[in-house]
Design a protein around this ligand. Sequence first.
Ligand code: IMP
Length: 197
Amino acid sequence: MKIVLASSNKGKLKELKELMDDFEVYSYGELIEPFEIVEDASTFKGNALLKARAVYDALNDKDAIVLSDDSGISVEALGGEPGVFSARYAGAGATSEENLQKLIENLKKLGLKSSPAYYTAALAIIYKGREQSVHGWMHGSVIDEKRGNNGFGYDPIFVPLGYDKTLGELSESIKKELSHRSKALRLAKILLKGLNK
Ligand code: IMP
């Protein structure tokens, strides 16, 4: 079963490919020229569907199974920000470092050293024009300083519930066990395995 990932985010692709080593997986950029996909939905699920549809249509392959991931972090003290704007919190084209620094600055402006927060991943699957989606979450807190270099995005400031280290410091295998993405993928794999039945 060949699955095409509708993403060009290196961090996500690395994690998705590792978590899906029981499938034949390609990023869409390995098959066609990557293109810009406007993610203007108000929910993670809406944006995941926009990405999956755009890649499904562009591939023009009736047998393609497309899987997309829209994800982000929601911080309680910031009223749920950055949420669906996680990739562009510090503005369009912002780097992960700029986004993370903006989050730290906003925590500091509130006089906080940490806040409860959670990651969400919405995964959408399109096969033969049929759309399905699943979600996964990881709860914990964000802190006002970077620690460690593992993972990507906001991981150096995210401490999972039950741990006292950030995902930047914890091993990749712990993130694989706990993450929003791996939880959503467990559900997505059930859907994928049922596609041909
Ligand atoms: P998008 O889904 O491509 O719109 O972007 C998701 C953004 O959320 C990423 O660019 C990261 O900033 C953040 N994000 C999503 N998942 C993770 C994760 O597992 N670790 C760290 N940051 C993440």
